[in-house]
Design a protein around this ligand. Structure first.
Ligand SMILES: [Zn+2]
Length: 199
């Protein structure tokens, strides 16, 4: 099927999203076209707004609307514990539990050398620098996905951090192997965080 050029452009745009193939993209686009135009205008304005206003927090490296982000700017947070996650949506998932009051450090990915993601592509150096300069840090929680990349990253970071006088912990087992932390149900994630173990 040949679509009008402007429609094809939008289908191509949707196909950039993870898990969206040509059929799904086509369905999304024709669904949008059938809706009142306001929906399309509101969606494109929201996308524009995010693209124009999104930044990275220079302290925790989270994707944020402000720099520093609201968590880093919050003086009431506990400086003694840093929770290391691979992506901002993981810290958002933990934050939504309202049980963690420390700080976060976002790696912006996990080690995956086969696909070119080496340590220098992540914010691992910045994490080490934090520990060098901030002696109030007492615990580093490695809250990465329990998949191959997550495990590789955790053991890499653990080796680097053993020189510092900090407790290194990881989320308790219970998260299914290969699971995505961001999709874990709140009960499982709470248990994994509360029962974290030394590594
Ligand atoms: Zn931050």
């Amino acid at each position: 099927m040949r679509h009008p050029e402007n429609i094809q452009k939008l289908i191509d745009a949707f196909m950039q999203l993870p898990g969206v193939g040509p059929k799904t993209a086509e369905r999304y686009v024709y669904h949008l076209i059938r809706q009142p135009k306001q929906l399309s205008f509101a969606m494109s304005a929201a996308i524009n707004n995010v693209a124009n206003s999104i930044t990275t927090c220079n302290q925790c490296h989270a994707i944020s609307q402000t720099n520093p982000c609201l968590i880093c700017a919050n003086q009431a947070r506990n400086n003694g514990t840093i929770c290391v996650v691979s992506d901002t949506h993981d810290s958002t998932a933990i934050e939504s539990l309202s049980i963690f009051h420390g700080r976060y450090h976002i790696l912006n990915g996990s080690l995956d050398p086969v696909h070119g993601i080496t340590a220098d592509k992540l914010t691992i150096n910045q994490l080490v620098q934090k520990l060098q300069t901030d002696t109030s840090i007492k615990e580093v929680i490695l809250a990465l996905n329990p998949d191959i990349e997550g495990e590789t990253t955790m053991s890499y970071i653990k080796k680097l951090l053993t020189v510092f006088p900090v407790k290194i912990t990881r989320l308790a087992l219970g998260l299914p192997t290969g699971a995505d932390l961001e999709y874990a149900d709140p009960h499982t994630l709470t248990k994994a965080l509360n029962n974290r173990t030394n590594v």
